[in-house]
Design a protein around this ligand. Sequence first.
Ligand SMILES: NC(=O)C1=CN([C@@H]2O[C@H](COP(=O)(O)OP(=O)(O)OC[C@H]3O[C@@H](n4cnc5c(N)ncnc54)[C@H](OP(=O)(O)O)[C@@H]3O)[C@@H](O)[C@H]2O)C=CC1
Ligand SMILES: N[C@@H](CC=O)C(=O)O
Length: 386
Amino acid sequence: MIIGIVGLGTVGFGTLDILTKEKERLEKEIGEEVVVKYGCALENPGLPEGVIYTTDFHDVLDDESVDVVVELIGGLTFAKTIIMGAIEKGKHVVTANKALLAHDGQEIFTAAKEKGVNVFYEASVGGGIPVVVPAKESLIANNIKKIEGILNGTTNFILTLMETDNLDFKEALAIAQDLGFVEADASLDLDGFDAAHKIAILAMNAFHIFFDFDKIHTTGIRQVTKQDMDYAKKLGYRIKLIAQAEKLDNSIGIDVSPTLVPMSDIVGNVMQAYNVVEITSDYVENVLFYGKGAGRYVTASAVVSDIMKTHNKELWTHDYTYTDAITPIEDSRFYVRSSQPLDIDYEESYSMDDQYIYITTKQNLNALKLQLSGVKYTLLKVRDEK
Ligand SMILES: NC(=O)C1=CN([C@@H]2O[C@H](COP(=O)(O)OP(=O)(O)OC[C@H]3O[C@@H](n4cnc5c(N)ncnc54)[C@H](OP(=O)(O)O)[C@@H]3O)[C@@H](O)[C@H]2O)C=CC1
Ligand SMILES: N[C@@H](CC=O)C(=O)O
């Protein structure tokens, strides 16, 4: 197996390092030589002997001996050119690029099918947690009804540090950046788009659909305050950025929003840069996937696993149907805080610091907003008790 890695940053360099250190064992596992022929990046990070350094990804694409192109530069432009170019040349592709797959997955998978090659992307969701392959292969017997979880390491890390270390948002973000968790464009993490990319990929495979990514209703963590975290805690909840995808009556509901999660729930105890994905289906019922969702070696572990998977000649199919029926998930319980008492249906309520705090009964978001028109309030979703 001859490999070209394009992108030698956090994940790319980690991938190269694992492939170098574990070469002998990996070769034994698959019964084939594993050779990294190219490392491509704008600056040379220092490559092991025998790996050709280039700044031009065409060197990798144009070399007929390369079987697998590993795209780890991120973004929607060059990354797409590299992936489409590799497919065109009949090479397998491994990528961690959730943004690109969420936007252009249909085009990429269609091209891969035509050329008879695989595009593998385990690292695109949940960092090192095996979830894409298990959901697509191990759960094949099941009709998936719902996927829910914490899919962004950066925001979970920030929320954790705000709670446990009393850090402010900016301080916590700077630490996450040092640790290599944060996207080149941090707003992808902070505004919920990275989690939306990941839930889009999971929903695509779970419900066999392609759809316009921009239809996903996405809210990030910028408006989450320490004050609301403390109020939520008094009621036994933590605020987490939750991504959800669910089969509704006439649509697939998908959204990403800061949500109060009961501390009695496993999901409410997922801290730091850990991720969790809960899949609900008919036969196996509930399964949870938990582990580190970001970081160099964590993510490289999933990339290496995908590279090894290209050794099997079996092709993955993505014969999915395009749908416009993507809607927000509007029926939920809600946390509502206001400086005035409210006349709404609620399960729990208390007041302190001149604030009135409610956990509502399950109801429709738009109906609740209508009821609250003219009132100043903060509103967050509340996850059901398990
Ligand atoms: N970091 C993480 O924890 C995770 C990241 N991912 C995904 O993995 C991918 C890579 O992320 P990450 O490693 O963090 O990103 P980095 O920014 O650390 O690395 C990007 C690499 O791409 C190189 N590069 C950029 N443009 C080009 C180009 N035109 N030609 C050649 N090389 C180029 C950069 O080179 P140079 O440094 O020389 O400029 C750098 O080596 C992204 O899609 C990201 O979303 C997925 C899961 C977790
Ligand atoms: N920025 C992402 C990296 C992994 O996908 C995150 O924080 O989860």
